[in-house]
Design a protein around this ligand. Sequence first.
Ligand code: BGC
Length: 832
Amino acid sequence: MAVADSHAARPQKTDHLPEAVERRVSDALAALSLEQKVRLLTGADFWSTHPEPAIGLRRMVVSDGPVGVRGERWDERDPSVCLPSSTALAATWDEALLERVGAALASEARRKGVDVVLGPTVNLHRSPLGGRHFECFSEDPLLTGRLGAAYVRGLQAHGVGATPKHYVANDSETERFTVDVRVDERTLRELYLAPFERMITGAGAWLVMASYNAVNGVTLTESALLASPLEDEWGFDGVVVSDWTATRSTEAAARAALDLAMPGPGGPWGAALVAAVRRGAVPEKAIDDKVRRLLRLAARVGALEGVAPAAPAPAPLSSAEAGALAREAAAAGMVLVRNQGDALPLDAASLRRIAVIGPSAAAGRIQGGGSASVHPHYAVSPLDGLRAALGRRAEVLHAVGTRIHEGLVPVAGDQVVDPVSGQRGVHVRLLDAKGGVLHEEHRDVGRLTFIGDQRANEAAAIEVTARFRAAEAGLYRIGVAGVGVYRLTAGGQVLFDEVVLPDKDDMAAALLAPPQRAAELSLAAGQEIDLALTHTVPVGTLAVAFSLGAEVPALSDEEELARAVDLARSADVAIVVVGTTEAIESEGFDRSTLGLPGRQDELIRAVAAVSPRTIVLVNSGGPVTMPWRDEVAAVLLTWFPGQEFGAAAADVLLGAVEPGGRLPTTWPARAEDVPVLSTKPENGKLVYAEGLHIGYRAWARAGVTPAYPFGHGLGYTRWEILDVEAPSVAAGAALEARVRVRNVGTRRGRHVVQLYLSRPDSEVERPALWLAGFASVEAEPDQTVDVAVTVEPRAFAHWAAGRWQVEPGVYTLHAGHSAAVLTRQTAVHLHE
Ligand code: BGC
């Protein structure tokens, strides 16, 4: 029999505004005409809302994160701190750290005049092929929800709005604008809505972003899900903002609980919405409700005159503080999945010669691609980090081993000189239809992004010129990455003049991971050549992004591999840094395979064959297959670790810091073992046929062993769980379990104690097991610690017949080191 779980059914939002502020909002609203109100509901441009001086409302600026705060400009002139990506942060299982990350981002936001950060991304890792996997936290709703809520609290405690996204079931990218996700109500509630619920009821998020996709036939910006459960059950009183260009109708979207259509100034609302209201097709009350929410947001962020913001603006983050946090968080998220014979940490004193090998060794990937990327102030590569840590004590030598053939890299540094200013970099001119110069500027890098930039929208053409210098003799490839019409000349000769067509059907992908067109040039060492790239700007375009790039001569794959193997043979230890590329983990498309790109698997095997001390660092945002994992001494997953990658990696490799991470998602041994893999819709529909069974729940159900299970991570000491105790509990009450843990290793460490529930004889269908609580524990060697772990009432509830219910009786509470290594258990009696 099932009874209603009243505690969980109607959670209240935590921080409603004081009455005086609500009154100020009502007065402001009452002073506006219909036209003024409707104007506020569409962005003024790409990243900001309209001001309304009549009511003392200034514009509000929103910005992408979630690893930093990009700001209104999308280029190297407006850098941001770059913290680890979400999978790395999730691997810390550390809410206090996530809260500090949120607070640091609030400082960055305020420094850059930003009121709202468009994050965190709290969609789930349904399939490891998901393109934005790196940007989401986990395959588990509890872990995602708790960490996301901490991030939201950190931001908003400092007066900057957070925007959990993308509501909801936007868990993959294929056909993302149109895909209709078919998912049953229970699965939606227990998995995909659950993190969002926590963002509202547990952290009081001020905004939520409605996603591009549809759920059960209705596109999210028009969906009833925006009103229920978001508002009526969870008490959300903030702003629902559309994902960029996701508002697709005037009336249906206005009648739904969507509040702000972004970007602007165009779009389906504006005058058409005023007319719809006048016609009676949309009630004016619906408009008022939206404006009221927008004004509330303004009050919270300090954009409404006479209202003090929810919190005073935080002090700017110093570069030292940003660096220290980035370094700490990166190391805390690194997951040591294998460590044969305690190969790690390395004993620096005994090392004379260290080989640092691999395509990501000297140019590590600190973040994923797409709208989640920021322009960092700097990036420390693993090679830099090890060199800095070891100083002159050891020789740190590098070989690339294999290239991950990314093609053109935007020109930069001493490769190019701006022919006008003579500085390193390129010269950019925005031209009108007659060739007149509208605007010109110097840029350091050949990558140009004009998003929502009025000047670029008015230009007929954009021209980039540079004097290119060949550092060495050989065959260069020079060209463009971009979509549209391009003409490239070198030394006055036309190399190409043609249309480059998109290779993906997604606007963002075409802008952020565009196709390339290049020509080959054979250059002598030191030779200089004048390049001119002209792009014809399509009329009425909202965004232009392209780069002038070059691919420099390289050794053949065989030569690179041989060099790396020779180096590894001659060294005391071989550290191989492999990973994915921006063309693989990004936005607007999903991954097609889980394998490492290029010949990286082969490189690792070749190195391991000559060096028994081969340590592999995997620099990817999501799981990759590692067929060589049993042939190497140690495997450290670094994720996309942010600007301090190399410093954090050195800290971990040399043992200054313990690799603190535990897997937030299952890492498969082979793609074909993955229970939920395909992200490809059929006839426009993506059916979540697996229901509740995703991630470790599905692996356990299928009885298949992954390479490394959810929750796994070794650290530098060892742990034993001695006991788990739990009292019986009443339906609707929280359970306080006690876990006794012992550090049985030889150094101080931190462990994440995980509790899972199962209910083998359930009357209702259930996952094989589900994460019910977790807590971290720190202990000295031989120390035993009792840790209290709270299991919330929701952990016992299931969604049935339109409400949360609980099944009384006996549940098994498992305590363990991962979803697959559960060493102690106890029965929990749940009574009515
Ligand atoms: C992404 C959002 C992002 C927005 C603005 C969209 O394409 O899906 O996550 O916040 O663009 O850049």
